[in-house]
Design a binder for this molecule. Structure first.
Ligand code: UGA
Ligand code: MN
Length: 332
């Protein structure tokens, strides 16, 4: 029987009230009415008994429910999401969108790696109030590897050192120690500007080695995806250099933590030619035949390679020139 706390309180209140009324009635009366009061006494003790019984039942159901909940939660493999991020006008908006998606995902550990020489106050405060389990790291991209203002976005790979720093932290934190089971988990590289459906996290949770799925709005196409025949990946649907070892976007695969730990040298190669960044990490870990297709044999798009427009600051700059710019103390 399901008991509401409210019901117990109402019962408790009624019992107390009856007790009070009874006590008041006794005031100033001679005590020769034992026979008359008997039914009232009986009601009170019956109600007290009921209350005790209900309280016992409540305790019991609490005790049996709690461990079940905890067991089912902790038996899920943790999803470690590695996100490179860098300071720009839209950064807080991107991190807000991302964190509010992640809040809906059980057993998720967010590894946020700032592309900066130190942890910034914006990201530090943001993570602290996020409500998520997280690790906050930072590593600056070398100047000669970083895109400069005006460079086309494809010129140099982005987020490379940051993802590698996330991997380094994981390998250190989850290094096998006798008798622990902290090597169970899944690693996913989630850029801060993409759009993630909650379902993609449930798809990747069962990853044994490397799991794969389609990514929407990427590579100048509606979607790119692994092509699945007889439950196996046989080739890739992509508009550009399908001969690459793994012609997939970063958002289209997840790797088991055990595989990451078993291959301590697997990392992203910042010198890899354009479009080969994902392959540089995956090629030492799996073959195409071993890939585990998810999202209904790669027939569903559950993640989108969205890109946020850079906000124009023309009017802000004009106002600033007149000393009337927005208050710099307001965090955006
Ligand atoms: C595409 C892929 O989706 C990325 O996974 C891949 O890293 C990238 O190309 C590449 O070729 O390097 P794209 O949208 O062009 O992504 O890249 P961004 O979203 O601009 O950057 C990827 C991640 O790196 C983001 O999380 C971003 O915050 C971060 N980043 C970007 C930095 O940490 N530092 C930068 O200077 C720029
Ligand atoms: Mn992006």
């Amino acid at each position: 029987m399901k008991l509401k706390l409210k019901t117990v309180f109402v019962l408790y209140f009624m019992v107390s009230l009856l007790g009070l009324v009874y006590a008041l009635m006794q005031l100033g009366q001679r005590c020769d009415c034992a026979e008359h009061d008997l039914p009232k006494d009986r009601t009170i003790s019956w109600l007290r008994g009921e209350l005790n019984r209900l309280q016992e039942q409540m305790k019991k159901s609490e005790a049996t429910r709690q461990p079940q909940k905890q067991a089912s939660k902790s038996s899920l493999p943790t999803i470690f999401v590695i996100t490179p991020t860098y300071a720009r006008l839209v950064q807080k908006a991107e991190l807000t969108r991302l964190s509010q998606t992640f809040l809906h995902v059980p057993q998720l550990h967010w590894i946020v790696v700032e592309d900066s020489p130190r942890r910034t106050p914006l990201v530090t405060d943001f993570l602290m109030q996020s409500g998520l389990t997280y690790t906050h790291l930072h590593v600056p991209t070398d100047k000669d590897r970083k895109l400069q203002e005006g460079d086309p976005s494809w010129l140099k790979p982005r987020g490379v050192e940051q993802r590698n720093e996330g991997l380094r932290w994981l390998r250190e934190d989850r290094r096998p120690r006798p008798g622990d089971d902290r090597q169970r988990g899944v690693v996913y590289f989630a850029d801060d500007d993409n759009t993630y459906s909650l379902q993609i996290f449930e798809e990747m949770r069962s990853t044994q080695r490397v799991s794969v799925w389609p990514v929407g709005l990427v590579g100048g196409m509606k979607y790119e995806r692994p092509v699945v025949e007889g439950g196996k990946v046989v080739r890739f649907h992509t508009g550009w250099r399908p001969s690459r070892p793994f012609p997939m976007d970063m958002a289209g695969f997840a790797v088991s933590l055990r595989l990451v730990l078993a291959n301590p040298d697997a990392c992203f190669d910042g010198e890899a030619p354009m479009g080969f960044l994902e392959s540089s990490f995956l090629k030492g870990l799996v073959t195409m035949e071993e890939l585990e297709p998810k999202a209904d044999d790669c027939s569903k798009v559950l993640v989108w390679h969205t890109r946020t427009e850079k906000p124009k600051m023309k009017r802000e700059e004009a106002l600033q020139a007149q000393g009337l710019g927005s208050d710099p103390a307001v965090e955006v």
